[in-house]
Design a protein around this ligand. Structure first.
Ligand SMILES: Cc1cc2nc3c(=O)[nH]c(=O)nc-3n(C[C@H](O)[C@H](O)[C@H](O)COP(=O)(O)OP(=O)(O)OC[C@H]3O[C@@H](n4cnc5c(N)ncnc54)[C@H](O)[C@@H]3O)c2cc1C
Length: 412
């Protein structure tokens, strides 16, 4: 007897998008998720009245795949300001998006970090293309920034820390197409945070799939084209199986990719009595010193992330700094924050840290996000590109493939 027409392994964004599209086509679905909740890499933990996302993460309002997500307005999304506060040579300098914050646009030039030519080149670099998704250029981001001849100051103090923190890639070895895509997304619409934390986005999809169609605490041990065996020994039967797990888990389930190299990220959360600044921009480390790459005063954007009277600060680290012991990382970050904001930092309380060894795939396939392999459909950001948009796209592609394959099966 069938447990569902389609069984989907993985309740991250990709698996949930696939589940929703399959069920909307009139087929029954069952999502099996190893974790205690849906969301995968988009999880939020409540902590003494704070909401702590498992690694600082934003939703980019310009993502094309968000257009097909119903009910986004129920998430209470609040926008970041489009700009950055860059720490360089002992002080902060401000850069604001010229069209979104016209009254502050001149500060970009007055900051001394960006020349008029840099701004023209930036517009050219992130110019919209016909394609709504990144296409591989086979050029690294670092190479592309040199090719576009940005000034060294603009490149080192703004572009490098900004793109590193988005791509979670301190050396900017990621495909330049991704960097350009993200810059385009950032210049098209603001970055957003949901009222209930980043997990609210996958939770929204899960509600639409229906919680009765999602089995939590259910780890798939093996997957074939019609059967999923859980680690409990339970066997689940379907007409089609989609594996929408991360690249490592997918490889264990017979996926098309060997284990892929991953990029790591670490966020250290602090509670402060007062915000170190009052607007909704990200602070960037425009120098090579210190472990901190970027910092967000989360409650300046979404006050629901902290209890009344407290401020939530997210300090973000990449690369080697994600692997050192947490106490060491906290001390190093405190030293750096004290240089940035002064003695007030001694009143900041460290809440909790999240070090994620496999945050995004370092060399994703940059394809449509799904493929059929030995009768099983595999899906996930690693087959597309490491982002919520890539994962949603991957889920949509997997559902389409499943529906096509089932259509041809029933015709046969
Ligand atoms: C710190 C951090 C910051 C990020 N920042 C951003 C950002 O600002 N903007 C952005 O767009 N993207 C960001 N991303 C990337 C984005 O979160 C991911 O690309 C996206 O969530 C991946 O979704 P997915 O469904 O492909 O994979 P996952 O979220 O990894 O989902 C896979 C699911 O499969 C489950 N699973 C695995 N194995 C099994 C098994 N054997 N049986 C059952 N279930 C299994 C897992 O538990 C998981 O729930 C960030 C990621 C991290 C970690």
């Amino acid at each position: 007897m069938l447990d569902a027409d389609v069984i989907i392994v993985g309740g991250g964004l990709s698996g949930l998008r696939a589940a929703l599209d399959v069920s909307r086509a009139g087929l029954s679905v069952l999502v099996v998720e190893a974790g205690t909740a849906v969301g995968g890499r988009m999880r939020t933990t409540p902590h003494n009245g704070f909401l702590l996302d498992h690694g600082f993460q934003v939703v980019l309002g310009g993502y094309p795949e968000l257009r097909s997500v119903d009910g986004l307005s129920s998430l209470g999304l609040m926008p970041f300001d489009s700009g950055a506060r860059v720490w360089r040579n002992g002080r902060f300098r401000e850069l604001f998006h010229p069209f979104r914050h016209p009254s502050k646009a001149l500060r970009a030039l007055r900051s001394g970090i960006a020349s008029p030519l840099d701004l023209v080149r930036l517009a050219r670099y992130s110019r919209p293309r016909a394609c709504a998704h990144p296409e591989p250029l086979h050029e690294t981001t670092a190479e592309s920034l040199l090719r576009y001849r940005f000034s060294a100051l603009f490149r080192e103090s703004f572009l490098a820390p900004f793109l590193s923190s988005i791509l979670l890639d301190p050396l900017l070895g990621a495909d330049a197409a991704c960097a350009r895509f993200y810059l385009r997304m950032f210049s098209g619409a603001p970055a957003l945070l949901p009222r209930q934390g980043i997990q609210a986005l996958p939770e929204l999809l899960a509600q639409q799939v229906g919680v009765s169609h999602i089995l939590l605490h259910s780890k798939a041990q093996s997957a074939t084209n019609r059967e999923v065996v859980l680690s409990s020994g339970e066997r689940l039967m379907a007409r089609k199986v989609i594996v929408a797990a991360d690249s490592t888990a997918s490889a264990h389930l017979g996926g098309p990719e060997q284990t892929m190299p991953q990029r790591s990220a670490r966020t250290l959360y602090f509670s402060a009595p007062e915000p170190p600044y009052h607007d909704g921009v990200i602070a960037l480390n425009g120098e090579k010193d210190g472990p901190l790459v970027s910092l967000a005063v989360v409650t300046n954007v979404q006050p629901s992330y902290a209890p009344p009277g407290r401020v939530l600060v997210a300090a973000n680290l990449l690369g080697d700094s994600t692997r050192i012991p947490e106490a060491e990382a906290v001390s190093a970050v405190r030293r750096q924050l004290s240089a940035w904001f002064g003695s007030v930092v001694s009143s900041w309380e460290f809440l909790r840290g999240f070090a994620i060894a496999a945050a995004v795939p370092a060399r994703p396939r940059m394809g449509a996000g799904a493929c059929s392999h030995r009768g099983v459909i595999f899906s996930g950001d690693y087959l597309s590109y490491g982002s919520q948009n890539g994962a949603l796209r991957a889920g949509r592609a997997a559902a389409q493939l499943a529906l096509e394959e089932l259509g041809s099966l029933s015709a046969a």
